[in-house]
Design a protein around this ligand. Structure first.
Ligand code: PMV
Length: 340
């Protein structure tokens, strides 16, 4: 803000995260409150960098915020989602100005992995700072959650647990760090299984699952035990223990979605083949465990030293287009602040 003359321009960076205990269902859609907790791993060099500046001259020709994505004007649905999120900050910080927002994604284009998690975590941090708000990490996490449920976790690095919370206003529905990025030498190997857009957006799919899947109640009821087991495995750095929970959490989430009406199926043939590769690796003695999000890609957790076995095995799997080897990374951070 312009308390000292020129408006403050803030650039923040955040890595995406992959859930090992999945979030799938909301207890409040307006505040974006999850029905259950979740647990994830934040990734390095795979996310968003966003610059925000609130100023009278930031107004776009149509009278709204000026929003760019990778250097060009953002598509309307993206820009509208960002502007709605900025309205929350304008309201809380009592700022009545338009914003200039420039977002750059380091998620490889067409990887089909572009996640809103990193985007809203970086946006929450940059916009809150640019609006003069000084928020604690847990408050930033609750704010990022309003943009996307998984974004609450990308405020923190390494292994992160998100609480469902019990407060009506969502103040305790925020994440916290369980184990920092450098503490445990693991990798996430991603098998890209398609270049197309996802079958159905996660918010819409969660709503349909909650409304129509007969398995939804069972899913919600089972997550707390998975969280207890996953948290203990992370703290003990027990890869097999964490991997077992991660696979069953992903399978239960997808089973629950498949039982919706109409059914939601994110997998393709390459998804099944990659799951089979992981099982074969394990039978041959390599500790590798998969998880799958709202798309066909298979993400495999393993020890860093085993990534040299896991990556070529997935790359050689029929239908797998490409692979990526990702490391744990830090939480959201401010990389630049200037008055202009
Ligand atoms: O944050 P959203 O609304 O995009 O939902 C994320 C849903 C999953 O990625 C499938 C699971 C998760 O916990 O990240």
């Amino acid at each position: 803000m312009s308390i000292f003359g020129l408006p403050l321009s803030v650039t923040a960076r955040a890595g995406t995260n992959i859930a090992l205990v999945k979030y799938w269902g909301k207890r409040d859609a307006t505040l974006n409150l999850p029905a259950t907790g979740s647990l994830s791993l934040t990734l390095a060099n795979f996310g968003s960098e966003t610059t925000v500046r609130f100023a009278p001259d930031a107004e776009s020709p149509d009278g709204g915020d000026r929003i760019t994505l990778d250097g060009t004007p953002a598509p309307p649905p993206f820009a509208e989602r960002v502007s709605r999120f900025l309205d929350l900050i304008r309201h809380d910080a009592r700022v009545g100005l338009p914003a200039e927002v420039a977002t750059h994604n380091s998620v490889p284009t067409a990887a089909g992995l572009a996640s809103s998690a990193a985007g809203f975590a970086a946006l929450a941090l940059a916009a809150a700072r640019a609006a003069g708000m000084n928020l604690a990490p847990s408050e930033l996490s609750a704010l990022a959650r309003r943009g996307s449920g998984s974004a609450a976790r990308s405020i923190f690095g390494g292994f992160v647990e998100m609480a469902a919370g019990t407060q009506r206003n969502g103040s305790d529905a925020c994440a916290q760090e369980l184990l920092p990025a450098g503490a445990w030498d693991v990798r996430l190997v991603v098998a890209i299984a398609s270049d197309g857009p996802k079958a159905i957006a996660s918010s819409e799919a969660m709503e349909l699952t909650a409304k129509t899947s007969p398995y939804y109640a069972g899913w919600v009821q089972a997550v707390p035990q998975d969280l207890v087991a996953a948290r203990a495995a992370v703290l003990a750095q027990d890869l097999a223990g964490l991997g077992r929970v991660a696979e069953r959490s992903a399978m239960r989430m997808h089973a629950c979605a498949m039982a919706a009406d109409p059914p939601i199926l994110y997998w393709n043939a390459a998804t099944l083949a990659a799951m089979d590769t992981v099982r074969r690796l394990r039978s041959a003695g390599t500790q590798a465990f998969f998880t799958i999000d709202a798309g066909p890609h298979v993400k495999v957790l393993c020890a860093t030293r085993d990534a040299v076995l896991v990556e070529p095995a997935l790359a050689a799997t029929p239908g797998v287009l490409r692979t990526l080897v990702l490391a744990p990374g830090p939480g959201a951070e401010v990389v630049r602040e200037e008055r202009r």
